[in-house]
Design a protein around this ligand. Structure first.
Ligand SMILES: Cc1cc2nc3c(=O)[nH]c(=O)nc-3n(C[C@H](O)[C@H](O)[C@H](O)COP(=O)(O)OP(=O)(O)OC[C@H]3O[C@@H](n4cnc5c(N)ncnc54)[C@H](O)[C@@H]3O)c2cc1C
Length: 422
């Protein structure tokens, strides 16, 4: 860890989430003096299976959001490892067919990035569980296994696996970046550092934003990069809307989990309903068993739309916060697809509960490649500034994005290293 106030660096990486840890490690290995700035000041529990996102969590940030007029809260990890330190931990790689829409080079770039990520994270397929078995019986041949990043009783985060300080990166926690610094004060010219919330300025040869799809957009917009500079930041974001259906009974009732908690997901069923791609998520236990501080609730399974047509928006608020409108550009096909999927799942599993509106916490695409950044993550028309997190995804994967964030960050890091861009 580093001293306060932090000295300038060749590269400042903003945010020690999955993308930030990959970037910091790879740039430091290549000889850059790297400073990794993380807003969160506390460490997440290492207990495998625990999602420390409850009301009293000290390692998350909550963002106001809405979907179909229903208020929701989007939670993001605010700690070393970012959302990957508090998430469901499910790791599923994109297929070459999904990547083809990103552009001709992407299937290969992603494959190389994924191989590097897999070497570090080494996710493993867990045993199945009774809820997964029930969904498997209802949807024969549709089940896919889901790997989890854990070793025994411990969650393995990107901070553990990439270990940026081990490669010489300086890491400072409790250091939220407020805005970007511009050479000569010319907004949108060359970025030459960052300004922390306390007004401390940290000069840098290059800045890489890895603050996640919400905060990276907020930082860009708050620093003058947005519609005024021709960058569609924060618009057209993508998410996997989800509805939850209550199961009859709780197969985990009465069981205690003294060490590691069971993985929330070990399998998913992937369905094709017309054009809609749907993921049925047989959560192994009710959410309050793995999220501390949550009121007891029925054991529900998830039904998520993986190719929603609606698009969202990250909107800065006058109080300095942000509001995410998940369906700023709604599409009626999405609600219809989720209704159809919930009815089918209910029928196959013999459930008659009403679906509860939720979301997957998979937001991406707030600073997309081709619109805000180029193929190497460089912010278009701006010097010294890159983005390397889930914000840059041209489209949201048809699966959880975590593994893909790591694979893409590996690719973008390799490009920055090959350019020696600092
Ligand atoms: C509750 C939850 C469950 C999820 N479950 C799964 C799952 O099971 N499988 C899956 O594939 N995906 C899952 N996801 C999504 C996945 O975790 C994210 O897609 C992924 O972590 C995004 O990585 P990132 O690096 O883009 O950003 P993040 O993980 O959000 O990391 C961003 C980091 O930047 C820091 N930061 C933000 N603003 C600043 C600032 N101004 N200054 C300094 N630091 C800052 C944050 O504190 C954080 O540490 C889940 C997400 C959540 C929240």
């Amino acid at each position: 860890m580093s001293t306060w106030p932090p000295a300038g660096a060749d590269v400042v990486v903003v945010g020690a989430g999955p993308a930030g840890c990959v970037m910091a490690r790879r740039l430091a290995e290549a000889g850059a003096d790297v400073l990794l700035l993380e807003a969160g000041a506390e460490l997440a529990s290492r207990r495998a299976g625990l999602l420390n996102v409850g009301p009293e969590s000290r390692v998350v940030a909550h963002h106001d959001a809405e979907l179909g007029g229903v208020p929701l809260e989007l939670t993001r990890g605010r700690t070393l490892g970012g959302s990957g330190a508090v998430n469901g931990g499910y790791c599923s790689p994109m297929t070459p067919a999904e990547l083809a829409v990103w552009g001709p080079g992407w299937p290969r770039r992603y494959a190389v990035g994924l191989a590097r990520a897999a070497e570090r994270l080494r996710p493993r397929v867990p045993q199945s569980d009774p809820v997964a078995a029930r969904v498997a019986a209802a949807f024969p041949g549709r089940l896919s296994v889901i790997a989890q990043a854990r070793r025994g009783e411990h969650r393995v985060t990107a901070f553990d696996a990439w270990n940026p300080p081990g490669a010489g990166a300086r890491v400072v926690t409790g250091a939220p970046v407020r805005e970007l610094r511009w050479a000569g004060g010319h907004e949108g010219g060359r970025c030459d550092g960052v300004v922390l919330t306390e007004g401390v300025e940290v000069p840098a040869g290059a800045v890489v934003l890895c603050a996640g799809a919400i905060s990276t957009a907020a930082l860009l917009l708050g620093s003058g990069i947005g519609p005024g500079t021709g960058h569609p930041v924060g618009t057209g974001t993508e998410e996997h809307p989800e509805v939850l259906l209550a199961l009859d009974g709780d197969p985990s009732a009465g069981q205690s989990f003294p060490g590691a908690l069971p993985p929330l997901l070990s399998r998913v069923a992937r369905l094709e309903l017309g054009d809609a791609r749907v993921e049925v998520r047989p959560y192994s236990v009710p959410l309050h068993r793995v999220i501390p501080g949550l009121d007891p609730q029925p054991h529900r399974i998830g039904i998520a739309l993986m190719n929603a047509a609606g698009r969202g928006e990250v909107r800065p608020q006058p109080d300095g916060g942000v509001r995410v409108v998940l369906d700023a550009r709604p599409d009626s096909r999405d609600a219809a697809a989720l209704d159809e999927a919930a009815a089918l799942v209910g029928e196959r599993l013999g459930l008659d509960a009403s679906p509860v509106v939720s979301t997957s916490q998979h937001l991406s695409g707030s600073a997309r490649i081709g619109e805000v950044v180029d193929d190497s993550g460089r912010v278009l028309g701006v010097g010294g500034l890159r983005v390397a997190d889930a914000s840059v995804f041209p489209t949201l994967p048809l699966r959880g994005p975590y593994y893909s964030v790591l694979a893409v960050a590996e690719d973008l890091a390799a490009r920055m290293v090959s350019e020696q861009a600092w």
